[in-house]
Design a protein around this ligand. Structure first.
Ligand code: 1HN
Length: 348
């Protein structure tokens, strides 16, 4: 009886106490402990699908509303529906669709945020990274490591669209963002196209080149042609139950991820194949580059076609069911989690 009599009184007493300590910018841990230390990840991120067929017209409309020069980067951010206004697709990652029109230049700049690009639509654009240009072809995976100069241009006669993936929310969280504009619109070309690929991407490196583990790869383009050839070749063998045929893009000089903050993967799922349920702690952005596939996330199915984007939040179960033979590109913050000893996966 005493307990029931004192409960409301105790509640009032505590509230008054919280108010008093609140004056000193203090708050009781016991009210928030469960949320701070959950038994398993509880992400505020929601699974979501962006259908390129629906987005394309909106992206093209931006081409009429603003120039690349005026915008600096003409990008529509893919915001997680549960975190609108935060410029992020997961808690640590950013995704956007960038458009460059014929004749335009996206001026040179550099920043501490790392970027990756996945070319989706159109031909004739290039991106330059620290003095070397690479022609952007559909499916090419291109990186712009932290603090490298980069500019983009379109020398062709059609609009070009790619997906940008950056570690913006992570760098923002760490308050470690710096940026600088280049003196000229675009960088001087100091090496011929293909130089980095020849030096660092042919199972060889320059004789006196020994890279520190944290340094990003000097190789900055992973051509679609090569990725697809690898996947096709290995798909002659039996698929993995959880992934189909999945490869991790690496810095060939170290075997680590191309950049320290983001991992990137490419996978081929054979026609009709269904992957087993899988979950991991790195929330992941998937892009369908070829074929069509159903992504089943915690029981909800998202139908993906070419250039569609899906986000799978941390510790959400995902299964893929391919219609036609499918190629998926994906990226996540896995190397960060692994460096911190946090990364976990569960293969059901
Ligand atoms: C950036 O530098 C690019 O270089 C794209 O294309 C998107 C989003 C935020 C900050 C910098 C680019 C970006 C970005």
């Amino acid at each position: 009886m005493e307990a029931t009599a004192t409960q409301p009184q105790r509640h009032t007493e505590r509230e008054a106490y919280y108010a008093r300590i609140g004056q000193h910018s203090m708050t009781p841990l016991w009210e928030v402990l469960g949320a701070l230390v959950p038994p398993q990840p509880r992400s505020p991120i929601e699974p979501a699908l962006w259908r390129y067929a629906d987005l394309r017209q909106h992206v093209m409309e931006a081409g009429r509303l603003i120039t690349a020069e005026e915008a600096e980067r003409r990008v529509l951010i893919l915001e997680n529906p549960a975190l609108r206004g935060h410029s992020c697709i997961t808690q640590s990652l950013y995704a956007g669709l960038q458009l460059i029109m014929p004749g335009e230049v996206a001026p040179a700049h550099r920043h501490t945020q790392s970027a990756l690009r996945l070319v989706l639509d159109g031909e004739g654009a290039y991106t330059a990274v620290d003095g070397e240009r690479t022609t952007m072809r559909r499916g090419d995976f291109i990186i712009t490591p932290a603090w490298t100069w980069h500019d983009h241009g379109n020398l062709g006669n059609e609009p070009v669209v790619w997906l940008d993936g950056l570690d913006i929310p992570l760098v923002r969280f760490l308050d470690a963002g710096f940026a600088e504009k280049g003196e000229a619109e675009y960088q001087a070309v100091v090496r011929p196209e293909g130089d980095a690929l020849a030096r660092y991407g042919a199972n060889m490196v320059p004789v006196d080149f020994y890279q520190q583990p944290v340094e990003p790869t000097r190789l900055f383009v992973y051509p679609w042609e090569r990725t697809l050839a690898s996947l096709k070749a290995i798909s002659a063998g039996p698929p993995d139950a959880h992934f189909g045929h999945k490869q991790r893009h690496i810095n060939p000089a170290t075997g680590r991820s191309p950049m320290p903050t983001m991992a990137a993967f490419s996978q081929l799922i054979p026609a009709g194949f269904e992957t087993r349920p899988y979950r991991c702690t790195d929330g992941t952005v998937y892009v369908c580059l070829a074929g069509s596939v159903e992504a089943c996330i915690e029981g909800v199915t998202y139908q993906m076609h070419e250039n569609d984007v899906v986000v799978v939040p941390s510790w959400h179960s995902v299964q893929f069911r391919a219609g036609a033979e499918t190629v998926l590109f994906s990226y996540s913050d896995r190397p960060v989690q692994q460096a911190l000893g946090l990364w976990r996966e569960l293969r059901a």
